[in-house]
Ligand binder design. Structure first.
Ligand code: GDP
Length: 322
């Protein structure tokens, strides 16, 4: 007899918000029985969702992320899309929620019947937070949310992680005294499929300059063979001007790029990453940590080369091929 379906599966697939919130809570739990249930649920709802769009979004604090998400989200939700907003913020463990912790950040979207907003899972490493957000994303899709926005703060490694779980990545920037390029880490520029110059209403001339500079910078970063040339757009999240053009860029992107292929590559990379993590943990569990530390010290002192050091592991750990 096949095992019974998880009790949350049916209401989740029917789009029940309470079931979705409970499912995400289950996926965030570190209790082994919860984890098993969450994995059962995820397996049962896999591939059941209709076509969806996953948009990653970043920008330094104050750039206007919540204002922009509120403007775009309400526009989409009013047009009948079901919109979910998630966040990756590993610092929320320390600050008690520096991102998405405060529902008043998006007052209209929070109460919109077509929207679902979930704060960043708190606690744990970036890897842990990323995994839980990734699973929350899949659960939102299963519940019929066709647009998922994943927000992150413009610090640390979280952008790379968000880009690895979304179809395209939007970078929010500001126009400024010519320093907008220096303020943005090159690595983040390289992730951007769409770049938004926000607060264009405050200084239209500066916004124009920033748009040209960013367009030039991005065209240098992009390979000529690339299928997609990143777009730079101007927006006022407060008035809503230009917000529609960002959605048009998202649609153009998904019409141009092979999204199913991109998602398969992302899933394969996620599997490999988990595998490395598990293999590393199990290696450490089976290994004498003091001996490992001595070996590392000998390599640092130049007594052994790194290859000799790793080969010497064979004496006290599972044998290793280098
Ligand atoms: P976040 O930290 O990136 O989420 O930034 P917020 O969305 O909280 O915005 C920071 C401040 O900038 C708030 O006072 C917003 O009202 C303001 N703001 C955001 N977008 C715009 C915009 O397009 N124009 C103007 N004038 N102000 C904006």
């Amino acid at each position: 007899m096949p095992p019974a379906a998880h009790p949350l599966t049916a209401p989740l697939l029917a789009g029940n918000r309470r079931a979705l919130a409970q499912a995400i809570t289950l996926a965030e739990s570190t209790r082994p029985d919860h984890e098993a249930q969450a994995q059962q649920l995820l397996a049962e709802v896999a591939g059941q969702g209709k076509q969806t769009v996953r948009v990653g979004l970043t920008g330094v604090p104050g750039v206007g992320k919540s204002t922009f998400i509120e403007a775009l989200g309400v526009q989409l939700a009013d047009a009948g899309h079901r919109v979910a907003v998630l966040a990756v913020d590993p610092s929320s463990a320390r600050t008690g929620g520096s991102i998405m912790g405060d529902k008043t950040r998006m007052p209209r979207l929070t109460v919109h019947p077509n929207a679902f907003i979930r704060p960043s899972p708190s606690g744990g490493t970036l890897g842990g937070v990323t995994r839980r957000t990734r699973e929350a994303l899949l659960l939102c899709e299963a519940a019929g949310y066709g647009v998922v926005l994943v927000e992150t703060v413009g610090v640390g490694q979280s952008e790379t992680q968000v880009a690895a779980m979304t179809d395209l990545f939007v970078l929010l920037t500001l126009h400024g005294a010519g320093d907008e390029l220096q303020g943005i880490k090159r690595g983040i520029m390289e992730l951007a499929d769409v770049c938004v110059v926000n607060k264009a209403d405050t200084d239209p001339a500066a916004a124009n300059r920033a748009q040209s500079e960013l367009t030039a910078a991005l065209s240098l970063l992009t390979l000529h063979s690339a299928v997609w040339q990143p777009r730079v757009l101007q927006v006022s999240s407060v008035s809503g001007a230009g917000v529609g053009s960002v959605w048009e860029a998202v649609q153009a992107y998904t019409a141009t790029v092979d999204i199913p292929a991109k998602r398969r590559t992302q899933t394969a990379a996620w599997f490999d990453e988990l595998l490395r993590e598990v293999a590393w943990r199990s290696f450490l569990e089976r290994t004498d940590s003091a001996a490992l530390a001595r070996l590392r010290a000998e390599v640092l002192e130049g007594k052994l080369t790194p290859v000799q050091g790793v080969k010497a592991l064979g004496g006290f750990a599972a044998s290793v091929d280098v």
